[in-house]
Design a protein around this ligand. Structure first.
Ligand SMILES: Nc1nc2c(c(=O)[nH]1)N[C@@H](CN(C=O)c1ccc(C(=O)N[C@@H](CCC(=O)O)C(=O)O)cc1)CN2
Length: 282
């Protein structure tokens, strides 16, 4: 069996094509959406992801504001950058690239952001709104995962989903999206404290690997025909080392490439959050 490729690059391109039209319509009304990014330090992955986000903005016509700070930046320096973007009329929405250096108080910085300018959907207010199932910008990677599954007709309603990894950008909130009445999946969240990870993965119709552990998910763990999404962004010798072993393709029914799967969806949905914020305010 060869797995259907869940092509995030192609799906993201469709989303960006629609956004290009919507941005042009906003500009005709004198509204220019703008994305801000705050990057602290020189983590290679973060540098690549932020650069990609700015490239995407240029592609669809969104203005972008880049604030780069050294790894030694103090809490007050990042607070000043956040205050500036909160107040900037040119900034429709912005992100603080995660992870931040360990000496910084990430929670305090996220809470300092204006929730109305939270392009990541990671502000506590917006995650709280997601819990209450009321309107809010959705976290980009979880939203991208749902759209990718829908694009390729992967059955979600009633599906057993196993999410591996409880990080703030994916694992913590993906279950909130998949258990909405509109999706109606059943979600198990596995993590470093889980007993018998393989048992939870093996019974899943959909596996989302977001633990950041290279090759954690192996071929023997996968139910034949299951959909497997690799969100792993670890880097080994500068190259992406996903959470899913390549030979999973021999048993999976659907599989994301990595790179070229979930990552481009993350970036496309970030742009979507910015455009939606601009449209809401127009
Ligand atoms: N503030 C945020 N920080 C982080 C988030 C986030 O959603 N908000 N998520 C992850 C990383 N991430 C977003 O920044 C991200 C990961 C991967 C990609 C991507 O485009 N990957 C490409 C390959 C890129 C390369 O390595 O050459 C692909 O998969 O094709 C974009 C964004 C943690 N931080």
């Amino acid at each position: 069996m060869s797995a259907v490729k869940l092509d995030g690059k192609a799906t993201a391109a469709k989303i960006k094509s629609d956004l290009t039209i919507r941005v042009a319509a906003l500009k005709e009304r004198g509204i220019v959406p703008g994305l801000g990014t705050v990057l602290v330090g020189d983590d290679p992955g973060s540098q690549i992801y932020v650069a990609g986000k700015h490239r995407d903005c240029a592609e669809v016509g969104i203005a972008s504001i880049r604030v780069d700070l050294p790894a030694t930046a103090a809490q007050a320096d990042v607070e000043a950058a956040i205050d500036e973007l909160n107040a900037s009329p040119a900034c429709t929405g912005y992100i603080v690239q995660l992870p931040l250096p360990k000496h910084l108080d990430t929670m305090a910085l996220l809470e300092r952001m204006d929730p109305a300018k939270d392009a990541d959907g990671l502000h506590p207010v917006n995650l709280g709104r997601l819990v209450h199932m009321v309107d809010a910008p959705l976290p980009c990677t979880p939203h991208g995962i749902v759209l990718l599954l829908q694009e390729y007709g992967v059955p979600i309603k009633g599906a057993e989903v196993t999410v591996v990894g409880r990080g703030i950008t994916v694992g913590r909130s993906l279950g909130l999206l998949l258990t909405r009445r509109s999706e109606n999946a059943t979600v198990t969240l596995c993590h470093t404290g889980t007993q018998d990870l393989a048992a939870h993965v093996r019974r899943a119709d959909i596996v989302v690997a977001a633990a950041g552990v290279p090759e954690l998910i192996t071929r023997d763990m996968i139910k034949p025909g299951a959909a497997v999404l690799d969100v792993g962004v670890s880097r080994v010798e500068g190259k992406i080392a996903g959470d899913v072993s390549l030979n999973v393709a021999e048993v999976a029914g659907f599989l994301t490439p990595n790179p070229g799967g979930v990552g481009p969806m993350t970036r496309a949905l970030l742009l979507s959050n910015v455009v939606e914020a601009a449209e809401r305010r127009s």
